[in-house]
Write a protein that binds this ligand. Structure first.
Ligand code: ADP
Ligand code: MG
Length: 840
């Protein structure tokens, strides 16, 4: 990039003009029949009508399948000038403006590709015309400076040869981040005029001939690409200006016929077997590109040098046209049909051309600066404020959450303490139960002891006998039990906890009773051990019951709180809904009012216009009167000129007033009363001066009594004056009215805005309240849930405990009963004994 030699170059394709997808422009050109071909083989085969080409049989009936329409169809009589004008001119002009451009010639050998691209001395082809046109166009663009480089290459047998420098053969294609695809080592001549290029082309053609024994075969197998690189920059020497670079490719393709045919011509070279790969790949690429974008898979641009070099021209960033040449002769009919099919497919390809812009460091910096400035403005603008508010809100919320968290923590602590208390209670209860158990086993022990000492027959066989083996399995050790019993007993009053021994009724049922008395120790053990096992897991005491009662209360409290909050929330919701409805209504009213005020705002403008009209009318009147005046020195003239001046000033005053009103309307509230007063005063002055002038004129006329003509003139003048006056007063009235209306509407507007503001605030506060309530509600619900869970656990525990106590009491009662009966028995025995042995 010669213009842009700065260290770092960035390419950006920016769009100056409207960027749009456009189809490749496809044209067909039929060359005239060769003089040697017979007349019946001639022109009658293909018929060209406007932009349609159809195949005709000798019977002159078109074959429907062989009728194609294209952007342009050129018949045998067409000239290169016409082709250039209709097909390529726009592309060339666009290239000067920065768009990539490409023109191809496609067709079988001898169909006129080279004739179209290169042309003849008398009818230059597209290349020469383009070169001339580019320079002509550049001459016309005065505000940009251009730099043009040209290169000329051919692709033969997949090898790229430089046609401007014979030594540059077998060149390689490279890809560069900035330059894109380029041919390394290709000579690029910087040119300053068209003639220079044409000379280069000629020498290039010469190089093409070099070393070739059969030029025709060579040219039918090779593609030639003439390339112009057009760079331009604004002339103002503004270093920040972007540079535009466009590439223009003019391509004469290899013959599209089957190789066998050329071979059939007699020259069957070893290379003849070689199918022109580039052309085949070009066909593939065109096929792929002509499919709809959805179906399109990989486009094999890289498969050949030609398609790789021309990639931007095919389905990319370029304006492209293809001219398909066909030979009219009948023995070329298959090739011609093939060419038309290729053309039809190419017609479906769309490209998207853009102006190619290179940004130099300076330009890039400038653009970036602008972008940064824009971003900064955005940041400083209302957006930043909103963000700040958002951040503030969020931090507030966070604070609230933290407080809530703290509160919950303390609550949790409280709960834990309560739980500990409960556990303590449970432990106490446990020890009491232990004592009770001891009591029960103790009595059992005593019973066993006495039974033993008395040697009652009732002693069960094979069962526990305490004094024989106190360590017997399943029998608890009772030795220390009496102590614990005594100690435990002093600690509590039985009446509080369980029924006194005497008050124990017939608690145990008959069955248990018999079992107990028959000495089913296993059962007793069970009774002793079962609670002991469960003790660890299911303690329930009075204190525990107290705790659960407390929990109940708490839950009830929470429930009522929740209910209250829910009610509150509901009422808030209702209020909020009402507010929303009201708000919407007010909004509607406001917009209606705004709509109403719109025409009012127009009023001053209309008035101003009418004043201007008035002014015009008045000027006309003055002109007419002036023309009617014979002598300028006459008193009528003096009067006229005086009046003119006054009225003019009056009208201009009016106009300024209106414009001020209009400005005021835009700026906001402006007090016009002073201006109106001065206007009124000036009007009054003018009127009086006019009147006095008229009176003076009357007197003058009376005294001098000049002819009828003057009187008529004066009459006319007066009437004009009065109309002006009337118009003015009308205008004033209108203005007054409008002013009032405007004031009223402005007030109502302000009022409404205030109301809306107020409503907005209210709504926001309601929102906040609602969200608070919801949060509280949620927290309370959570608490409630937890407490309920605890409670449930407690209730379960209590139930289990109650069950156990019942069992214990039941057992206890049975024991008690048995004890009592035992006592009674002993007593009766004692009595018997005393009665038997009164001495002892
Ligand atoms: P291609 O490059 O396709 O192989 P050429 O351009 O060499 O074909 O054309 C073959 C012959 O036909 C040349 O002698 C050329 O002058 C002639 N010819 C081709 N097109 C036209 C045309 N439109 N008008 C007059 N002569 C033409
Ligand atoms: Mg040719």
């Amino acid at each position: 990039f010669l213009f842009s030699s700065t260290s770092e170059i960035q390419i950006q394709t920016a769009v100056f003009r409207s960027e749009k997808m456009e189809k490749i422009c496809v044209a067909v050109r039929v060359r005239p029949p060769t003089p040697e071909s017979s007349p019946e083989n001639g022109s009658s085969l293909w018929k060209v009508e406007d932009n349609r080409i159809s195949l005709y049989k000798s019977l002159d009936t078109p074959i429907s399948t062989s009728s194609h329409a294209f952007d342009h169809v050129f018949d045998e009589s067409s000239t290169n000038a016409e082709v250039y004008e209709l097909l390529t001119k726009d592309i060339i002009h666009a290239a000067v403006e920065g768009f990539n451009g490409t023109a191809f010639a496609y067709g079988q050998t001898s169909s006129g590709k080279t004739f179209t691209m290169t042309g003849s001395e008398t009818d230059p082809g597209i290349i020469r015309r383009s070169v001339r046109d580019v320079f002509e166009k550049i001459q016309m663009i005065s505000d940009r400076e251009f730099l043009i480089r040209v290169s000329y290459m051919e692709i033969y047998n997949e090898e790229i040869n430089d046609l401007l420098a014979v030594e540059n053969q077998r060149l390689q294609i490279h890809e560069h981040l900035e330059r894109g695809v380029f041919v390394a080592g290709l000579k690029e001549e910087i040119v300053s005029d068209a003639e220079q290029i044409l000379k280069l082309i000629n020498s290039g053609e010469g190089n093409r001939h070099f070393g070739e024994t059969n030029m025709n075969v060579h040219s039918s197998r090779s593609h030639t690409i003439f390339r112009m690189v057009i760079e331009s920059r604004g002339k103002e020497n503004n270093s920040s200006d972007a540079i535009r670079v466009s590439v223009l490719n003019l391509v004469d393709l290899a013959g599209s016929e089957r190789i066998a045919k050329t071979g059939a011509g007699g020259v069957r070279l070893t290379e003849g077997k070689y199918i022109n790969k580039s052309l085949m790949i070009l066909g593939n690429v065109i096929n792929k590109l002509s499919e709809s974008a959805k179906l399109r898979a990989h486009i094999p641009y890289r498969d050949s040098k030609l398609t790789r070099i021309l990639q931007p021209a095919l389905g990319g960033n370029a304006k492209t046209c293809i001219i398909c040449t066909i030979a009219p002769e009948e023995y070329h009919i298959e090739e011609s049909k093939g060419t038309l099919q290729f053309a039809s497919r190419a017609k479906r390809i769309t490209n998207c051309a853009q102006v190619n812009e290179i940004l130099t460091d300076a330009a890039l910096l400038k653009r970036q600066k602008l972008e940064i400035e824009e971003l900064r403005m955005k940041l400083e603008g209302s957006h930043a404020e909103v963000l700040e508010q958002e951040i503030l809100k969020l931090s507030n919320q966070m604070l609230k959450y933290e407080l809530e968290c703290e509160r919950l923590k303390t609550q949790l602590e409280d709960e834990r303490r309560k739980q500990k208390k409960q556990e303590q209670c449970i432990k106490e209860q446990q020890s009491k139960i232990d004592n009770l158990n001891n009591l029960v086993t103790n009595s059992d022990f005593k019973k066993n002891q006495s039974e033993d000492s008395i040697s009652v027959r009732k002693t069960p066989n094979g069962l526990c006998n305490a004094n024989e083996s106190s360590d017997a399995p399943g029998t608890p050790c009772f030795k220390s039990a009496s102590h614990s019993f005594v100690v435990a007993r002093s600690n509590y009053s039985l009446s509080e906890f369980s029924p006194m021994v005497d008050s124990l009724g017939d608690v145990a049922d008959e069955d248990t009773w018999t079992k107990l008395n028959k000495g089913f120790v296993a059962d007793l053990d069970k009774l002793q051990f079962t609670p002991a096992i469960k003790r660890q897991t299911t303690p329930l005491t009075m204190a525990a019951m107290d705790c659960s009662r407390e929990s109940y209360k708490e839950v009830e409290d929470l429930k009522s709180q929740i209910e209250l909050l829910t009610n509150e929330k509901d009422s808030l919701q209702v209020k909020f809904n009402e507010q929303v409805v009201m708000n919407n209504k007010l909004m509607e009213e406001m917009s209606a009012l705004k709509q109403e005020t719109l025409p009012m705002k127009e009023i001053p403008k209309r008035l101003s216009d009418s004043v201007a009209n008035c002014n015009n009318v008045f000027s006309d009147v003055v002109v007419t009167m002036k023309s009617l005046m014979a002598e300028k020195e006459s008193p009528t003239a003096t009067l006229l000129f005086g009046t003119t001046e006054i009225t003019r000033s009056l009208l201009s005053a009016l106009e300024t007033q209106f414009s001020m009103i209009m400005d005021g309307q835009k700026a906001g509230t402006v007090d016009h009363s002073d201006q109106w007063e001065t206007l009124g005063v000036s009007l009054k002055n003018t009127t009086t001066s006019l009147l006095s002038d008229a009176r003076a004129k009357d007197e003058f006329l009376n005294s001098h009594n000049k002819g009828q003509e003057t009187a008529d003139l004066e009459e006319k003048l007066k009437s004009e004056l009065s109309t002006v006056k009337e118009r003015y007063s009308e205008l004033e009235k209108e203005l007054c009215l409008d002013k009032q209306l405007l004031e009223a509407s402005r007030e109502s507007h302000e009022r409404l805005e205030k109301e809306v503001e107020f409503l907005k605030e209210k709504r926001e506060s309601l929102d906040v309240e609602i969200s608070k309530a919801t949060r509280r509600l949620r927290a309370t619900a959570n608490e409630k849930e937890n407490v309920l869970k605890d409670l449930n656990v407690e209730v379960k525990r209590r139930k289990e405990m109650e069950e156990e106590i019942k069992q214990i009491s039941f057992a206890f009662a049975s024991r008690q009963k048995s004890l009592v009966s035992f006592h009674n028995e002993i007593k009766s025995k004692m009595q018997k004994l005393t009665t038997q042995n009164p001495k002892s």
